[in-house]
Write a protein that binds this ligand. Structure first.
Ligand code: TRP
Length: 455
């Protein structure tokens, strides 16, 4: 049974929405996933393609998802069902719910690492100079222990449950209001320090000077996946957040603001990591551990470095939390709206279920040989990251574009965006991108993958 909109709650203001949506978008995707994916895919050319995808696909899809949410005031499954009474489209919403679950089940593992690093920072581990070797040893020691990895993941999922069970404006909105701006300031300070390290300019060159010979089909796919992942698109998280968007607030401006903020934070993370990496002599293609290994090497180069380390990991953990909240919220809102579950029970049951699914990923970083090289295909966490974070989101975004452009219709979508009377500037452009550019671009990228057998 669907709840009346007032019982579901609403963001209390446009700023509240921007912060909450930015909270969803900004997270480990920007600070952990973006730098290591850019490093694995050759740097500059990847970054350029990623930025193009944000503009051409990310922003239109973000606005589109928000418009669906606001028009229906429902979770992704209910939203599709309400707008198109068929068997197929609600299943697309269902794919989103499953994807949210899949992403949370590996994301929470990395989020758990941030808690361990926070603990280390508090106990003074990063107060003095930390060499790249020492930092690597800290990292591999941490992730290689089964119990530590599982307990950290569990603590993180528990924190997520505790917020989600209280509902949206109670928990999510308040938490984000102060913390996101603080994170931004800390990142700027770290970036200023990093670019002035000796050898740092090499890092900037790596990040911003495109070498197109490094641009493989796999890199283009990764760039699209990263653009969608970072903006929390392709699985209905923004449909869900849009469903709480007040009718009298300016949706187009809010959406674009969120996208720009998110992209800025990713670039800022890159500006911190790559100079530091070249300065410390770490390889850019070090994989998922990259950020965790590189960052501890720069804190001592700052005045009050120990303090910065604590502040940084605390904020990173919080940024991750505002993202895990949005992932669990999608799954919970489906069970609350469509299956009539109580919010509290849904949050606990689904959160704990997700923890069980997260265990293989938690063990895949060295603790269990089986999951660390899953049937010869690499570690389980990376496989999940590709499966849900790249493929599933890409397919979800493609289907959403078809829905927006050809089934529900661009006019209805724009009408929902403009409900408050604030106009969408570039309506023709939106229509062109959603109907033609996005679907065709996604199909081309997917065809690379089929031909190149990247998976
Ligand atoms: N965007 C978040 C990040 O960058 C992760 C995230 C939260 C997400 N909700 C999502 C990714 C929904 C894809 C879909 O860390």
């Amino acid at each position: 049974m669907a709840l009346a909109p007032s019982e579901r709650g609403n963001w209390t203001s446009r700023t509240g929405f921007i912060l909450a949506a930015a909270g969803s978008a900004i997270g480990l995707g920007n600070i952990w996933r973006f730098p290591y994916t850019a490093g694995e895919n050759g740097g500059g050319a990847f970054v350029l393609v990623y930025l193009a995808f944000v503009l051409l696909i990310g922003i239109p899809v973000l606005l589109g998802e928000l418009s669906v949410g606001r028009a229906t005031k429902l979770n992704p499954v209910g939203a599709f069902k309400k707008l198109r009474d068929s068997r197929f489209w609600p299943m697309v919403g269902g794919l989103g719910v499953v994807t949210g679950f899949g992403i949370l089940a590996f994301y929470a593992v990395i989020a758990g690492w941030t808690l361990a690093y926070l603990y280390k920072a508090v106990t003074g581990a990063f107060g003095g100079e930390v060499t790249a070797e020492a930092s690597t040893a800290i990292f591999t020691g941490l992730i290689g222990s089964s119990w530590v990895a599982i307990i950290l993941t569990a603590v993180f999922i528990l924190l997520t449950i505790l917020v989600v069970r209280r509902g949206i404006s109670g928990g999510i909105e308040k938490a984000t209001k102060i913390l996101m701006p603080t994170l931004f300031i800390i990142l700027i300070i770290l970036a200023l320090r990093s670019v002035t390290l000796s050898g740092g300019s090499q890092g900037l060159e790596y990040l911003f000077k495109p070498d197109f010979s490094k641009l493989t089909g796999g890199a283009i796919m990764a760039a699209l996946g990263q653009a969608l992942f970072s903006l929390s698109l392709g699985m209905g998280a923004m449909i869900t957040y849009g469903s709480y968007f007040p009718d009298d607030a300016d949706l187009p401006t809010s959406g674009v603001t969120v996208a720009l903020f998110d992209t800025m934070i990713a670039l800022l993370a890159g500006v911190i990591i790559f100079p530091a990496l070249f300065s410390a002599g770490v390889e850019p293609n070090a994989g998922p551990g990259l950020v965790f290994v590189v960052l501890p090497t720069i804190f001592h180069a700052l005045p009050a470095g120990g303090f910065f380390a604590i502040a940084f990991y605390a904020l990173l953990a919080i940024a991750a939390l505002t993202s895990t909240i949005s992932l669990l919220e999608v799954v919970v809102s489906y069970f609350v709206d469509e299956r009539g579950w109580g919010r509290n029970m849904a949050a606990w049951t689904l959160g704990l279920g997700c923890l069980v699914l997260a265990i293989p990923s938690a063990l895949s970083q060295g603790a269990s040989p089986f999951f660390s090289d899953f049937f010869g295909r690499g570690d389980f966490l990376t496989l999940q990251n590709n499966l849900w974070g790249n493929y599933s989101l890409t397919i979800g975004a493609f289907l959403l574009c078809i829905f927006l452009g050809w089934v529900w219709g661009v006019d209805k979508s724009v009408e929902s965006m403009e409900l408050s009377g604030h106009k969408l500037k570039g309506r023709v452009l939106y229509s062109f991108l959603i109907r033609f550019v996005c679907p065709i671009a996604v199909l081309i990228v997917l065809s690379y993958i089929v031909r190149g057998n990247y998976f």
